[in-house]
Design a protein around this ligand. Sequence first.
Ligand SMILES: [Zn+2]
Length: 262
Amino acid sequence: MFDSHCHYDDHAFDEDRYEVLDRLLKEPGSPVDKVCHAATDENSSLFGIETALKYDNFYTSVGFHPECMDTLPEDYMTKLEELYVKACATHKLVAVGEIGLDYHYEGYDKEAQIRLFDHQIEFAVKKSLPVIVHCREATQDCLDVLNNYVPSGVVHCFSGSAETAKQVIGLGMYIGFTGALAFKNAKKARRALEEVPMDRLLLETDCPYMAPPPYRGQRCESYMIEEVAKVVAEIKELDPQEVLDITNRNACRLFGIEYKKG
Ligand SMILES: [Zn+2]
């Protein structure tokens, strides 16, 4: 399985970060094949770069999340270029992200978010890298920016409608589903999934968040995407292992990684 979106730099992993990663990525027989770190700011990008050097199957992105506006450096594009150069040296840089728009918290600065998103997408397109897009309560503005650039990439932790899913697919992008798909009240997400062809689907944990049942309430880890695969399998009438194989291959295709089965 390929966990296409995770945050092992989160404080939830402070106590045992490398034990967890060793277990997932180095232990023989681990079901987890690869993970992609979704960077959220400068330190998070540096964590991704450092960790990509430690683990063969740990891939990384660099970028500034809309929720990091408060600590965003003024010269963020210079910083992004520096991070890009450092990350390229690892040969494990696969995307710019996670970037996007988030209007969930009160007091957000819409214009500043759109500017940051716009600059980073433009950067990704110039560097021929896919984008990892975060979109919360900002669907139309997100689609407007994406329509301007038509980047390759994924809209992660998809929470939109079936109609929005169609539009994202129409742009040629991928859609990522987390453990939230397995929540009891996930009717809207399941409807959206019906619109997503199997060759455009990615699985992710967004860990440490969104642990699917039966792990709900626990710290999430990459192996839990098996539960997401089970829900997809049910809806798409496939075998869960087939879902894991297809989505692994999809992530490899999007991120430019050689796909090897097993
Ligand atoms: Zn994330």
